[in-house]
Design a protein around this ligand. Structure first.
Ligand SMILES: CC(C)(COP(=O)(O)OP(=O)(O)OC[C@H]1O[C@@H](n2cnc3c(N)ncnc32)[C@H](O)[C@@H]1OP(=O)(O)O)[C@@H](O)C(=O)NCCC(=O)NCCS
Length: 109
């Protein structure tokens, strides 16, 4: 039911696995991965990367060529989130106050 709420009220969608989930939404130019979470026991085993791959496939099928990610510098896990995104292939795009936005190009224009 929460997935239905996210889709109807916030135009957000979810991919999930046994060990985690990613929440994404489409903007004008990007498929934005707003949230991604992996259980503590499953971390650093490429679970988040697999979830992001699933979102990337959905994005490409929907005609989107770029993923957007973000790191809120106020979040206690900001450094790990930044490392994981950079290692996955995101590049820093811009910052907006305390939030750093990153982009991964899936397909060149
Ligand atoms: C951030 C998070 C989603 C990463 O999930 P994960 O499944 O551990 O990530 P992956 O295993 O796919 O990691 C991708 C890369 O980052 C590296 N990495 C991930 N966590 C790391 C850590 N703590 N230290 C060093 N490197 C790390 C991985 O080794 C991998 O690099 P590689 O491809 O060179 O091997 C997870 O730590 C998490 O759920 N944190 C709490 C929620 C959160 O902060 N979400 C992000 C903001 S919404």
């Amino acid at each position: 039911m929460y997935k239905q709420y996210l889709a109807e009220r916030e135009q957000k969608h979810v991919v999930e696995s046994e060990h985690g989930f990613a929440i994404y939404r489409f903007t004008d130019k990007w498929c934005y991965i707003c949230d991604i979470y992996v259980t503590q026991e499953a971390r650093i085993k490429h679970e988040a990367s697999r979830l992001a791959d699933s979102v990337a496939e959905i994005a490409l099928n929907a005609g989107y060529k770029r993923l957007l990610g973000s790191v809120d510098t106020r979040d206690a896990g900001a450094s790990i989130s930044l490392i994981a995104q950079l290692k996955y292939g995101f590049k820093v795009l811009y910052n907006d106050g305390q939030v750093i936005y990153l982009e991964k190009i899936l397909k060149p224009d």
